[in-house]
Design a protein around this ligand. Structure first.
Ligand code: 4NP
Length: 179
């Protein structure tokens, strides 16, 4: 019998190319989930609204920033394009900037899914303009900045989702997030 603690929450991070910001968010979120032994509770992917980089690994500069800042390996990820089927497949869709948000919502023709699509930085305790700056055309500092934003924001998203589950009944042993 399925209990609330067996439920899997599926999360999709979306940016433009799916080679910089959203793969990093995917990697950071998965790492936080793994460290807490919650792998069976979450499925996590990322996608781009554009199709230029399909099948490619994350940008070398993003991979380097992930290693430099967090000893995190995101090299196994491969870019995919956001598609309307993702609205059904995922419970929460986090867009990295307002343009990505607009492009995702544009594909929601019946306006059925807008409740599950949000800006990623709504969860950032220091949200700035609520957008993750696109680092693609800039230098190393831009990639490091994306790392800092994505690291603290994925932490808050995980806490928020665990709190939500707790409010809905959570695990039978009351295993809610601590620390
Ligand atoms: P991302 O960055 O959306 O964070 O993956 C970009 C990657 C590629 C391009 C733009 C932004 N591009 O123009 O190819």
């Amino acid at each position: 019998m399925e209990t609330a603690s067996d439920a899997t929450t599926c999360i999709l991070f979306v940016c433009l190319g799916n080679i910089c910001r959203s793969p990093l968010a995917e990697g950071l979120f998965k790492e936080k989930v793994r460290k807490r032994g919650l792998e069976n509770r979450f499925c996590v992917e990322s996608a781009g609204t554009g199709d230029w980089h399909l099948g490619q690994p994350p940008d070398d500069r993003m991979q380097a920033a992930a290693r430099r800042n967090g000893d995190l390996d995101i090299s196994e990820q491969r870019a995919q394009q956001f598609a309307p089927a993702h609205f059904e497949d995922f419970d929460h869709i986090f867009a990295m900037d307002k343009s990505n948000l607009h492009d995702v919502l544009f594909l929601d023709e019946e306006e059925q899914y807008d409740g599950k699509v949000r800006l990623f930085r709504e969860f950032d305790p220091q949200p700035g303009d609520y957008q993750v700056p696109d680092p693609y055309a800039g230098g190393r500092e831009g990639f490091d900045r994306v790392y800092r934003i994505a690291d603290r924001t994925t932490a808050r998203i995980l806490e928020a989702l665990l709190d939500d589950e707790g409010e809905k009944g959570g695990g039978e042993d009351g295993e809610k997030a601590s620390g």
